[in-house]
Design a protein around this ligand. Structure first.
Ligand code: C5P
Length: 480
């Protein structure tokens, strides 16, 4: 039977489901089930109780955090009040939170408060018929990326260490196959007690991660020692590190130069010659190289894209301006020329707007633009160690791409078919072939590595991985 992950749905659908489930006091999953049941039973009731305008899904912005979700188990201790702040801190980090409150936790915080902060239904009962008719505790245990227990009381940790499952929290902890982060909180004597020491050691052997407890004053008057729950920010940061481990930086200390987008070649002050390049592929490469730790300069023609965070972007119009900025950005370890540079510019550019005259069309004299890729490939002093060109072709892709090696003098060529039927120009996907000179080949033999169709972001990540391997010998997986 297929399963559906709510957080992978479009934003507009998720917003609709959240509003509707909140109104009906149901969890989002229950609401989905009700909607499906209504549909199947052919009910007339409209499915739009709120006017939620449909918004086309916004593409994930380069550099945006990936979504993640946490099941937060709140145990019964005075530190439970800090867990309300923890919900907020997790949500600030774009982490969805579903709360489970133990019976004891409800003596300190209310399900209503947790629900208001998490914007989700709160779970309290293992034998709740509404959520358990399809084993809700199993979904809470597995339909998330991480389980956080805060506060993790001595009792909850003892149950966990011994595999008990007699309430919702312990049943989830026993049924999960996700990572578990515990934020212990208890009296210092309970923390140092031999039984707790044994349980903590057992949990650590089981792969559970602990944050804290910190040392300091206790809620009990006059008591101090180790047992205070970590602050909400510390727990949220620890959760984020587990959910989004820092990416390897194999290109740290390397300078990478990238060109992207079209160039605009002026005919007169209001008209220009251009092409259909969107710049998406070059921008994605810049973002991927930056994420791999490189110091990136992106020289971009006119595009409708946000500058990738952490990248130095030089905006230019024409091919000559692009060459100027590329030369100014040298030296670099790697240069990637993804721009669709106009081959020609107008020699007799009009100082004023050209007018229609009885004599007919004014003749446009075209002259060739500088070939930026060839110019940089042929440098002797400041030539980057790895120079990569692109070959966007509409026919004879591999043959045309191979012919470019001799003309341009670069090391690799990324070839892609841009004929209109492929939708590559301006689209989000690309099918590329990476051409490189075979190692040790004397006769200029060229290796062709054909990649499957991927998003432009995936192409960028794969290309950066190959670059890292080539210039540093480090792979994205092994580097740190
Ligand atoms: O010659 P062609 O335009 O097919 O070559 C494509 C490759 O050369 C791309 O990498 C492109 O960025 C680069 N190029 C350049 N300057 C030009 C023309 C192309 O850098 N004037």
């Amino acid at each position: 039977m297929a399963s559906l992950t709510i957080r992978k749905l479009d934003d507009a659908v998720k917003t609709y489901l959240r509003l509707r489930s909140a109104k009906n006091h149901r969890s989002v999953e229950e609401e989905v089930r009700v909607i499906l049941r209504e549909l199947i039973e052919g009910r007339e009731e409209p499915l739009t109780p709120f006017a939620v305008p449909y918004a086309a899904p916004t593409p994930q912005r380069t550099g945006a955090l990936p979504e993640a979700s946490v099941t937060l188990i709140i145990g019964g201790g005075i530190a439970a009040y800090k867990s309300l702040d923890l919900i907020r801190r997790l949500k600030e980090r774009r982490i969805e939170v579903r709360c489970v409150l133990t019976k004891a936790a409800q003596q300190f915080v209310t399900p209503l408060a947790a629900s208001a902060l998490s914007h989700e239904r709160v779970y309290t009962d293992l034998f709740d018929p509404q959520s358990e008719f399809d084993a809700g505790h199993i979904r809470l245990a597995r339909d998330c990326d991480l389980i956080v227990v805060a506060p993790a009381t001595a009792d909850l940790m003892a149950k966990m260490a011994n595999g008990h499952a007699d309430d919702l929290a312990s049943a989830i902890l026993l049924a999960t196959n996700r990572k578990v982060l515990l934020a212990p909180a208890m009296n210092p004597l309970m923390w140092s007690n031999a039984a707790t020491r044994r349980n903590v050691a057992q949990l650590q052997r089981d792969g559970v991660v602990l944050i804290g407890p910190n040392a300091g004053e206790m809620a009990e008057a006059g008591e101090a020692g180790t047992g205070r729950m970590s602050e909400a920010i510390e727990i949220a940061n620890a959760a984020e590190r587990l959910l989004r481990p820092p990416t390897p930086k194999p290109l740290a200390g390397k300078r990478v130069l990238i060109t992207a987008g079209p160039t605009h070649e002026a005919i007169d002050p209001v008209r220009y010659i251009a092409n259909r390049s969107s710049g998406k592929q070059g921008f994605a490469i810049a973002a991927a190289a930056q994420a791999a730790g490189a110091e990136v300069t992106l020289v971009s023609g006119p595009v409708d894209l946000d500058d990738p965070p952490g990248v130095t972007v030089k905006h230019v119009e024409s091919a000559r301006q692009m060459l100027e900025q590329v030369e100014a950005a040298l030296p670099a370890d790697v240069a990637i020329f993804a721009a669709a540079v106009a081959d020609w510019r107008v020699a007799n550019e009009g100082e004023q707007k050209l007018k229609k005259t009885a004599a007919g069309m004014p003749p446009l004299q075209l002259v060739e633009n500088p070939d930026i890729l060839a110019t940089i490939s042929k440098l002797t002093d400041k030539r980057p160690r790895l120079v990569i060109g692109f070959a966007a072709e509409t026919e004879h892709l591999i043959d045309n791409a191979k012919a470019k090696f001799a003309r341009k003098g670069c090391d690799w060529i990324v070839a892609n078919d841009v004929s209109p039927a492929t939708g590559v120009m301006g689209g989000d996907r690309n099918t590329v072939h990476l051409l490189s000179r075979k190692t040790g080949a004397q006769d200029g033999e060229i290796a062709v590595d054909s990649w499957p169709a991927m998003t432009k972001e995936q192409v960028a990540i794969e290309l950066v991985a190959q670059i890292a391997k080539s210039v540093t010998g480090k792979s994205l997986e092994s580097a740190s």
